[in-house]
Write a protein that binds this ligand. Structure first.
Ligand code: 26Q
Length: 836
């Protein structure tokens, strides 16, 4: 452990420095010093990455000033704080965001130009911080942005994976995964804080003893410990002097490895053990729904929970000593899905075993400071850990979980005497041949609040997954519809649209998106529409360049840009999109092209490496795309591409250049969706089912500005048991023709049978995603889209209304809702750097 030699005699504060200049000159001067002296480079042109690093360091210095102020202010005011615990933070790039939020002088770009450097190119050097799979991880990143902007004292806790989500390559139409070693060239945005390392225990056994005062105590001993070293990442608010913290833990071996074990003769074994410790934060699990039960994943989850809680408790004790009476008034933990739920028994353990509190006192605190957000209803995504594995890895936690369960089940028995089946259903421990811990149930039992992420989703949680719990504790359950940050998803990724909006209605919308409503009247202003259309056109050119670079296919910007980007999953129904593309291809081949609307379809997203059906869907997109794009008959009418390696920085280009947003999941399956919101605010129209936040998007935009189709969630449920896709296909000539093209090998002439499993799934009476059932409605809605797009004035009106009504989907609104109903934090204003 680093034991800093703390200066004991009072000296002048060595960090008391004059404020750094925010003018272009000062920033460029520092940039050049970093490049030349700190990094020791000389030829600008040959080291684009060092240019990026130097500019980042120059800006980081400016962030650090505000960061320190923020920390001091939080500490001085002793404010209540929330800790957002998440296994994923999908931050994307930081440089552009830092420049925007710091309000860097726009002439900085001109100064760089004088040095022969393009700011855009520098920004493009940055590797995405891809420490997340998809929606859940990106939501955490948007939330941090909103908390800093709203001046709420919220700190993110996560893991510093050496490898983020894999890089996706496409070879012969198939997905290949490559490791994402994002830290290889260093990361200028993190600051290591070894002085705050903590020790995390694994394995070993528990001894119980009675103290002289008669109190029972537990001693978790003979453990294999791992060190958690924090790396802090600054999270700047929008031009407000607040810089919050994202603290990411890296696992390393303890010093014992270096000393005792190495010298005990078992050198090789000791090195191996050291490796095992470092494995914990090596890689992000690339699944966005399932793959349960992997021991390393449980190690990651406990590692995050334990390190973060120890960190919070250390800071508490530094200030308040071991008096925990006010702890629950000053601290709050939001669990991002069940992944960090080990925090529940771990907080109990730390309070009892390390700090001497009684069970009752510890439970009282725990149940006042924890809340749980659910992000999915899919049964395969519900986390369960086998009791035997859990007990081997975390024996003390297992004891605590059993005790929590026993006390909880006593409550259930008191409320419903004799209802044995209910006990079995609600138990945190699932009994059977093998026993399992149901993490979601533990989260519900301990939480003061349980929320879903869109109205429909929260409703379905109460009706199905947590119905028994809802009967017991209706007051715990609530909805918090997701949102996304307008700073990244409008201002920074769509500067021309943003400046048109600001010129028209002022700049207040950037931190108060409700003000976008003031745009609505301009939908009737022809000159404004022309400007709006011109900007969309330019953004489409930019997207077309990305497509040409990464897919080798030319998109004509006059065509309708029809986009579906998200993780590949059967419930999201990329397959339905492909069936429609095949149907359009079929129409072209039949010569049914009167009043045709040229269309460019883009599909992108990663498949979990073990999810074979999802990978086969990617292959199908590529196969169908190849046939369409190479057929001269389709020229000028239809294109279809699969965009490889979809990620945050790609979405920044995509959402600005999209006309039509595909949100076509089977109703009741997509908890919320957040891509749908990014598209909407950038003026895309949605074609979608009544699922997740689509319902609320349609409510806000108005039914006339949304292309709706498909079964409702209720109808989906009612269809179970009597679904007959064979009949539907036989009765629908268009679908029959599409299926024939698929079955006749039209898209896999040289690879027979590769799409057999996909074809089968469409024909299956137990197809959970009801693809055939929604085909007709989808094709009809797409026809309405094509008609609407041909009337560009009408389309533009609808586009403007979508942006104007997207205010609800700001993550600022979401966070204000969390804070009002759950966290109850006071806003903390941080003094600007210049007047300190
Ligand atoms: C579970 C066990 C083992 C390994 C990994 C996982 C795992 C990892 C990530 C399970 C689920 C996830 C991510 C889920 C997710 O991203 N859900 C999405 O959350 C968004 C934000 O709330 C919603 O908008 C989406 O609808 C939802 O699918």
């Amino acid at each position: 452990m680093m034991n800093a030699n703390v200066q004991s005699k009072p000296v002048s504060d060595i960090t008391d420095l004059p404020a750094l200049g925010m003018d272009a000159g000062s920033i460029i001067e520092d940039f050049r010093r970093y490049f030349s002296h700190t990094l020791g480079r000389d030829q600008l042109s040959q080291s684009a990455y060092y240019v990026y690093t130097s500019l980042s360091l120059s800006l980081r210095d400016r962030l650090v000033e505000r960061w320190k102020n923020t920390k001091h202010t939080y500490s001085e005011t002793d404010c209540k704080r929330t800790f957002y615990l998440s296994l994923e933070f999908l931050m994307g790039r930081a440089l552009g965001n830092a420049m925007l939020n710091l309000q860097v002088d726009p002439s900085t770009a001109d100064e760089l130009k004088k040095l022969g450097l393009e700011l855009e190119d520098i920004i493009d050097q940055e590797h995405d911080a891809g420490l997340g799979n998809g929606g859940l991880g990106r939501l955490a990143a948007c939330f941090l942005d909103s908390c800093a902007t709203l001046q709420l004292p919220v700190k993110g806790y996560g893991l510093r994976y050496e490898y983020g989500l894999f890089r996706q390559k496409i070879e012969n139409g198939f997905q290949l995964e490559e490791p994402d070693h994002w830290l290889r060239n260093g990361n200028p945005w993190e600051i290591e804080r070894p002085e705050f390392s903590v020790r995390v225990k694994f394995c070993g056994s528990v001894a119980h003893y009675t103290e002289s005062n008669g109190i029972r105590r537990a001693n978790w001993k003979n453990t294999k410990d791992v060190m958690a070293v924090p790396f802090d990442v600054p999270v700047p608010g929008y031009r407000n002097g607040t810089v919050n913290t994202l603290r990411l833990w890296k696992s390393t071996a303890t010093e014992e490895f270096d000393l005792s074990e190495f010298n005990a003769g078992s050198y090789a074994e000791a090195v191996a053990a050291k490796n095992a410790a470092e494995h914990i934060t090596m890689v992000l699990y690339p699944n966005d729904a399932s793959e349960n039960g992997k021991e390393l994943r449980l190690r990651q989850q406990y590692f995050l929970a334990s390190a973060s809680l120890q960190d919070v408790l250390r800071q508490w004790i530094e200030r308040h000593g071991s008096d925990f009476n006010q702890f629950a008034d000053k601290n709050f933990f939001q669990l991002n899905d069940t992944h960090p739920t080990c925090a529940v028994p771990e907080l109990m353990r730390l309070l009892m075993d390390e700090h001497g509190l009684s069970w009752d006192k510890a439970w009282d605190i725990t149940t006042r400071v924890v809340a749980y957000t659910n992000h999915t209803l899919l049964p395969e995504a519900l986390e369960r850990w086998s009791v035997s594995m859990f007990g081997r890895l975390l024996p003390r936690l297992l004891e605590i979980i059993y005790e929590i369960n026993e006390q909880f089940l006593n409550q259930v028995k008191a409320r419903w005497p004799g209802d044995i089946d209910r006990i079995r259903r609600m138990s945190i421990i699932e009994e059977g041949h093998e026993r399992y811990i149901r993490m979601a149930y533990m989260a519900v039992v301990a939480s003061v609040s349980v929320n879903g992420v869109a109205e429909l989703h929260s409703h379905l949680l109460q009706k199905h997954l947590f119905h028994d719990f809802y009967e017991l504790w209706p007051e715990k359950f609530n909805n918090k519809t997701n949102g996304v940050t307008a700073r990244r998803w409008m201002v920074s990724c769509n500067p021309s649209l943003s400046s048109l909006i600001t010129r028209t209605i002022g700049r207040g919308w950037i931190t108060d998106m409700g003000q976008l409503q003031a745009l609505a009247p301009y939908a009737e202003d022809a000159a404004f529409r022309a400007e709006w259309r011109g900007i969309k056109q330019a953004n489409k050119v930019r997207l077309a360049q990305l497509v040409e670079r990464d897919c080798g296919v030319v998109f004509h910007p006059d065509a309708l840009f029809d986009v579906q980007v998200k993780r590949i999953h059967e419930y999201k129904r990329q397959l339905l999109n492909i069936l429609h593309a095949i149907h359009l291809y079929d129409r072209i081949k039949r010569g049914d092209t009167q009043d045709w609307t040229p269309r460019c379809i883009l599909i992108g997203g990663k498949a979990a490496p073990g999810y074979l059906m999802a990978k086969r869907i990617i292959k199908l997109v590529n196969a169908v795309g190849q046939v369409i794009n190479e057929d001269p008959a389709c020229s000028g009418l239809l294109k279809l591409v699969f965009l490889p390696n979809y990620r945050v920085s790609a979405m920044e280009v995509i959402c600005a250049g999209t006309d039509l947003s595909e949100q076509i999941s089977t109703a009741g399956k997509e908890a919320s969706g957040t891509g749908n919101m990014k598209f909407m605010m950038n003026g895309a129209l949605t074609i979608g089912t009544l699922d997740g936040a689509n319902i609320e998007i349609r409510e806000e935009a108005g039914a006339e500005n949304f292309f709706l189709f498909g079964l409702t969630a209720e109808q989906v449920e009612d269809t179970r048991g009597h679904y007959n896709p064979g009949e539907i296909i036989a009765a629908d000539e268009d679908l029959r023709r599409v299926m024939s093209l698929l079955q006749n090998g039209c898209f896999n002439a040289f690879e027979p049978d590769i799409f057999g499993s996909i074809i089968q799934s469409i024909y299956s009476q137990s197809d959970p995603w009801l693809t055939a059932a929604d085909f007709r409605g989808y094709v009809n809605a797409q026809q309405q889209v094509a008609i609407a797009y041909r009337d560009q004035e009408r389309w533009t009106r609808m586009s403007i209304i979508n942006t104007a009504t997207s205010g609800k989907f700001s993550s600022d609104r979401t966070i204000l809702d969390y804070n009002r109903d759950i966290w109850h934090l006071a806003q903390v204003v941080v003094k600007p750097v210049s007047i300190l």
